[in-house]
Design a protein around this ligand. Structure first.
Ligand code: NAP
Length: 312
């Protein structure tokens, strides 16, 4: 069993390798997802020691929460799993709209509780900021839900530093989830110093750059239009070729250590003071079990710096 790590100042203690579940029922993100395979993957992950599951209303929409909830229900171990979900989106005339109003966030939490078949959510994030609601008011609504015991900790995601500061005006934000991986390191500059200083845990999303940093793609790799990667800049043209070359360099370091590229990449994040836990996504149980091997990896200062420089 992995040693548990505390997520920032929350009372949540988890295996530092969690599971991102946007490919569990995330039909709006990836084509041809098999829902039963998703449920089975969640169960296999938990059986193998993963106890931090990250989902969101918008994955599906709704299906990821439902399938994660189903898996936990069937395993019958709700209290052994730390469940994170997110909300802020609604559909108006078929169009996705962001809403952080206290009334809508409270309604969203109730709906997530139903889909997840539980009576509490361990970590609830405002998935994206809207344009109108003062951030501290939105977070204030989550604080009320925390006081009622419906959620155990408060997160925000996809906010700029200024938005995060506003959201954390009363010191209620426990966790920030932001884009961060070796190819996209902007968060280091402004967000890391603020989250560190304010004891907010930074959870990186897209840690494997949607699979690019797992080291198995090559210049012939393409994705269907319905796969979110078909439109991501780092999978296009020269940028993609350039990224593949950098990943090849990682291959060398991983080979020397006798490990695989994703383990090296994921261990590199965990070596950051700002990061307590990571939530790599996966399409099957084999990937999850592979990613768990990260726990066995030690990165020396020299290796850390070498990777840092390579992706500077
Ligand atoms: P990711 O973790 O960067 O990449 C996951 C993908 O990498 C997998 O689906 C799989 O794709 C590949 N992979 C994973 N482990 C592997 C292994 N050991 N060997 C080979 N390939 C492997 O991307 P993500 O899943 O999109 O992001 C992680 C989580 O962050 C999500 O699941 C979600 O919970 C969260 N997220 C949050 C936000 C937000 O706005 N807050 C945004 C995005 C994501 P293939 O098999 O297809 O190659």
């Amino acid at each position: 069993m992995a040693e548990k790590t505390r997520i920032g100042r929350t009372d949540l203690y988890v295996n530092p390798i969690g599971l991102g579940t946007n490919a569990v029922g995330g039909h709006n993100l990836y084509p041809n997802l098999d829902e039963q395979q998703g449920v089975d993957m969640v169960k296999e992950s938990v059986e193998n020691g993963v106890d931090f599951l990250d989902t969101a209303f918008i994955y599906g929409p709704g299906y990821s929460e439902e399938l994660v909830g189903k898996a936990i229900k069937e395993m019958g171990n709700r209290n052994e799993v730390v469940l994170a979900t997110k909300g802020a989106q609604k559909f108006v005339n078929g169009k996705e709209v962001l809403d952080n109003s206290p009334a809508f966030l409270k309604q969203s939490v109730e709906e997530s509780l139903k889909r997840l078949q539980t009576d509490y959510i361990d970590l609830y994030y405002i998935h994206f900021p809207d344009e109108d609601t003062p951030k501290s008011e939105a977070v204030g609504a989550l604080k009320e839900l925390k006081d009622e015991g419906k959620i155990r900790s408060i997160g925000v995601s996809n906010m700029s530093l200024d938005q995060l500061k506003e959201a954390n005006q009363d010191g209620y934000v426990d966790v920030f989830q932001g884009l961060y991986n070796l190819l996209q390191r902007d968060s280091e500059k402004e967000l890391f110093p603020y989250t560190l200083e304010n004891n907010i845990s930074f959870v990186p999303f897209f840690p494997l750059a949607s699979g690019l940093l797992a080291g198995k793609y090559d210049k012939h790799t393409t994705f269907p239009e319905s796969d979110l990667r078909s439109s991501m800049p780092h999978f296009q043209g020269d940028a993609f070729m350039n990224n593949l070359e950098k990943v090849e360099q990682l291959h060398k370091i991983a080979n020397q250590k006798g490990i695989d590229i994703p383990h090296l990449v994921l261990a590199w994040y965990l070596a950051h003071e700002a990061v307590d836990v990571i939530i790599p996504g996966a399409k099957n149980g084999e990937q999850v079990k592979s990613n768990l091997k990260t726990l066995e990896v030690d990165i020396s200062k020299q290796e850390f710096d070498e990777i840092d420089k390579l992706f500077a």
